[in-house]
Each structure stands twice: as C-alpha cells, then as structure tokens.
Design a protein around this ligand. Structure first.
Ligand SMILES: [Zn+2]
Length: 108
C-alpha cells in the first residue's frame, strides 16, 4: 500500500503595486524588490486577499545615518501591509549609525 506524500498546500502571492507573482508551498511569506514602491524590499500578499502594501517615508532629519532609500533617494522608514479586515504588519527599516572604527583609549 502506497502512502500519499503529504505536501503543504500551494499558496499564490501577488503585489498590488507591481506585476510580481509567486507560488510557494509551506513558506509563510515572500519578499520582492518592488518596482511599484521604488525598488524597496516589500512583502507579497496572498493572491485575491485584497491586501495592500505601502511605504512609509521617513519625515525627520536623516543626517549621517545609513537608511533604506527608494530609487528616488527618499528614506523609507517602514513598509506596511494592510488587509481588508483591518489587520496589518509593519516591517521597520531601522537606521544604522556609523562609527569611525578607531580604538578609543587603546593607543595611549
Ligand atoms: Zn511589488
């Protein structure tokens, strides 16, 4: 007797901001470089779910921090996925500070 080979169900993904689609089995989410959001990394949403992904631009002074920027150079603070039921997910693009790399106090 052959046992059926159990596989996770197929999940189809799409993006409301560009034309990227994907099909996966057993993976919770897919990210892509979204042409509709200026080339930033954004999640796909389950196809037909009505979910929408949007970029949240950083509004405060960037200074010397390394930030995630879109193709136009605008700093993107977060990417938010909103669903029709009101739930949402947020991916925060935390800025990174730079250091000089010197050995403070060790060269005396
Ligand atoms: Zn996209």
């Amino acid at each position: 007797m052959d046992l059926p080979f159990l596989q996770p169900p197929e999940q189809r993904w799409s993006c409301a901001r560009c034309t990227v689609t994907a099909v996966t089995r057993g993976r919770p989410n897919r990210f892509h470089t979204c042409a509709g959001l200026g080339g930033i990394s954004a999640p796909l949403v389950p196809e037909g779910s009505g979910g929408v992904v949007r970029a949240v631009l950083r509004e405060d002074y960037v200074g010397g921090e390394h930030v995630t920027a879109d193709d136009a150079g605008r700093p993107v603070a977060a990417v938010v996925t909103e669903r029709p039921d009101g739930s949402y997910d947020t991916v925060v693009n935390a800025p990174v500070a730079r250091g000089g790399g010197g050995a403070h106090g060790l060269d005396r």
